[in-house]
Structures are given as structure tokens and as C-alpha cells.
Design a protein around this ligand. Structure first.
Ligand code: HEC
Ligand code: HEC
Length: 285
């Protein structure tokens, strides 16, 4: 799936490069810096609007060299792993690595030009960093839990979250393992970060799943309420531990089967086909 997306992105990029070569180069590039930022970065970064899930990018070109940014954006984790001091400090401060961004050098340069121009103030999907989260309403939590599991359909029939994600919650039965476990995502990202990501997913796989099927603000609100509740209750969860039960159950079943087979075989040894022949032979000797 990812490969198909990358292929399409490549094709589209090639097409747009050709188009701009044909004539409308610079205005298109300027617009695309803003567009790319809003689409891919705005869920986590503001420009002068304060810290969201990631750092405020206002003035980032004064803090870092262009070469550093080009390398970082494409693979933040790799850069931290390679021992780069700035990348390690960022990771320590924000507690989780920015996901690798599928963007070209040209995209990043266009974004940097947009940032240097002051950007739009806030982030794309999260313009107003909200006040500390109020406790969510019970109705929203319940609706969110149902939406997450697909017990209630999304208005535009996007896929249920648990086809890819899992949370640790007594009320929720197992989920997918394709994507990250979401139990503590709210603790890490807060309401603005979480709702920005759900409303405008910056991850290719998730974005593709909801393309043309974006969630309504009410649905996003309910899901955020649910994730906030899940994070708050994390410590109280008693996830069912099948570990020992499986071992004990398995051993028990094995013993039962062993007895059964023993019984069956005992009869077989004496009775069937050969028995008559055996008797006759014994007699005739
Ligand atoms: C899912 C959230 C998320 C998305 C999407 C995202 N970032 Fe980030 N970004 C972060 C986090 C978190 C950090 C800091 C932690 C780290 O080092 O990875 C960061 C750090 C950065 C930094 C370093 C900032 C500094 O102060 O040195 C730059 C530059 C950056 N991001 C640019 C981008 C660009 C450009 C995009 C879009 C193409 C983008 N980011 C998309 C979360 C995100
Ligand atoms: C088609 C699969 C898919 C579906 C469906 C999906 N996601 Fe995602 N989601 C992803 C992927 C892939 C990521 C990227 C991070 C990762 O690798 O786990 C992600 C990331 C996230 C993150 C950020 C996690 C983090 O720790 O950085 C949140 C929050 C999230 N999804 C919420 C949701 C919610 C809520 C729904 C339901 C409306 C949903 N997702 C549906 C695939 C999916």
C-alpha cells in the first residue's frame, strides 16, 4: 500500500515538475510551500503560534542550517541515532520522534521560504493552542469508543480506527497492530495535537485511509475525548493476561487427548482386521 502511494506521489511530483518547467515556476512553488506545510506539517507545528506537538518553527532557519533541516525532516530518528546533538536534544524535549516526512528537498525549501515569510501565524489544523484540556463529557467518550471500534459508522464511512490501532481499555476488544498503540497518545500530544492528527493525519497510510472521507468536527471531538479517557484510565486497566491460562489450558488439553488416544489405540490393537487372522494362525500352530 505504502509503495503504491509513494509511486503515485512520485508520478504526481514528476507531473508537477514538468508542468512548472513548462511555465508557471515561481508562483506555483511559493503556493506549494504553504500548501505542503498546511497539509504535512501544520498538524504538529505552528509558525509563531507556540509549541504544539512539535516545536514552533518560527525562526528555525536562524537556529539551524538549511543542510541540517533538509536532512532532519526526512529522517529525524536517524539523525538522533547518528548522535547529532541538536536532534538528540529535541527528541529528549518532545519525548517522541517526528515521523519521517515523505518530502523532497524542493518541498522543504519551499516550506522554509513560507516559514521565513512569517507563515500564516498558527498551524494548519491547530491554529489555537488550547487551554488545558477540560474533562471530556461521558457522552463524547462513549461515542468516541464506539467510533474507534466501528460500532458506530463515521458519517463519511471512513474505516474504524481499530482496524489499524490498538488501545489498552477494558471496554475495547483487540485492535490492529499495523500502526502505533494509542493508549498514551493523549498524554504525549494533548488535545490540540491529538485532534490535529485525527482531523488531518500527517501519516501517509492514515491519510490515504481517510482521503475524501474526512471526519466531522463532532467525530474528532468524540475520538479525542475517548483517547483522553483511555490515557487517564491507563493505570487502572486490568488487561486480561492469557499467558498462564494458555499454558495450563494447553497442558490440560494435551493430557486429555493423550488419554483419549490411549483408549482408542488400546481397542485397535486387539480388535480390528488382524485379529481374526491372528487367532487362526495361533490355532493352526
Ligand atoms: C506528527 C507530528 C509532526 C509532523 C507531522 C511534523 N513534525 Fe516536525 N517535529 C515534530 C516533533 C515532535 C519534533 C521534535 C522532536 C524530534 O526531534 O523529532 C519536530 C521537529 C522539527 C524540526 C526541528 C525544529 C527545531 O527547532 O530545530 C523541524 C525543522 C521540523 N520538525 C520540520 C517539519 C516539517 C518541515 C514538517 C512537514 C514536512 C514536519 N516537521 C512535520 C513533530 C512533527
Ligand atoms: C489505515 C490504517 C489507519 C487507520 C484506519 C487509522 N490510523 Fe492512525 N495512524 C496510522 C499510521 C500508519 C500512523 C503513523 C504512526 C505509526 O506508525 O503508528 C498513525 C498515527 C496516528 C496517531 C499518532 C500516533 C503517535 O503516537 O504518533 C494518532 C493519534 C492516530 N493515528 C489516531 C487515529 C484515529 C483516532 C483513527 C480513527 C479515526 C485512526 N488513527 C485510524 C494508521 C491508521
Amino acid at each position: 500500500m505504502n509503495k503504491t502511494i509513494t509511486l503515485w506521489t512520485r508520478l504526481l511530483l514528476t507531473a508537477s515538475v514538468l508542468l512548472s518547467a513548462i511555465g508557471m515556476a515561481s508562483p506555483a512553488a511559493a503556493a506549494s510551500g504553504e500548501e505542503t506545510f498546511k497539509k504535512k506539517c501544520g498538524a504538529c507545528h505552528s509558525i509563531g503560534g507556540g509549541k504544539l506537538t512539535g516545536p514552533d518553527l518560527k525562526g528555525v532557519t536562524e537556529r539551524r542550517t538549511e543542510a541540517w533541516i533538509l536532512q532532519f525532516v526526512k529522517s529525524p530518528q536517524k539523525m538522533a541515532d547518528s548522535g547529532d546533538a541538536a536532534a538528540k536534544a529535541l527528541l529528549a524535549e518532545f519525548g517522541f520522534p517526528m515521523p519521517d516526512q515523505d518530502v523532497t528537498d524542493a518541498d522543504i525549501k519551499a516550506i522554509l521560504a513560507y516559514i521565513a515569510g512569517g507563515g500564516g501565524g498558527g498551524g494548519g489544523g491547530a491554529a489555537a493552542p488550547a487551554a488545558p484540556a477540560a474533562p471530556p463529557s461521558a457522552a463524547d467518550i462513549e461515542l468516541g469508543a464506539k467510533l474507534f471500534q466501528g460500532l458506530v459508522r463515521f458519517e463519511k464511512s471512513g474505516p474504524a480506527c481499530n482496524s489499524c490501532h490498538h488501545v489498552k481499555n477494558d471496554a475495547v476488544i483487540g485492535g490492529g497492530v499495523l500502526a502505533r498503540e494509542l493508549t498514551t497518545v493523549f498524554t504525549r500530544m494533548g488535545a490540540p495535537g491529538t485532534s490535529a492528527i485525527i482531523g488531518q493525519p500527517p501519516f501517509p497510510v492514515m491519510e490515504a485511509a481517510y482521503k475524501g472521507r474526512d471526519l466531522s468536527p463532532a467525530e474528532v471531538k468524540a475520538l479525542v475525548a475517548f483517547l483522553q479517557d483511555v490515557a487517564a484510565k491507563e493505570a487502572m486497566q486490568t488487561p486480561v493476561d492469557y499467558g498462564n491460562n494458555l499454558l495450563i489450558g494447553g497442558t490440560g488439553l494435551f493430557l486429555v487427548l493423550a488419554c483419549l488416544y490411549g483408549l482408542i489405540w488400546r481397542r485397535r490393537k486387539q480388535l480390528p482386521v488382524n485379529h481374526a487372522v491372528f487367532e487362526r494362525q495361533v490355532k493352526s500352530q
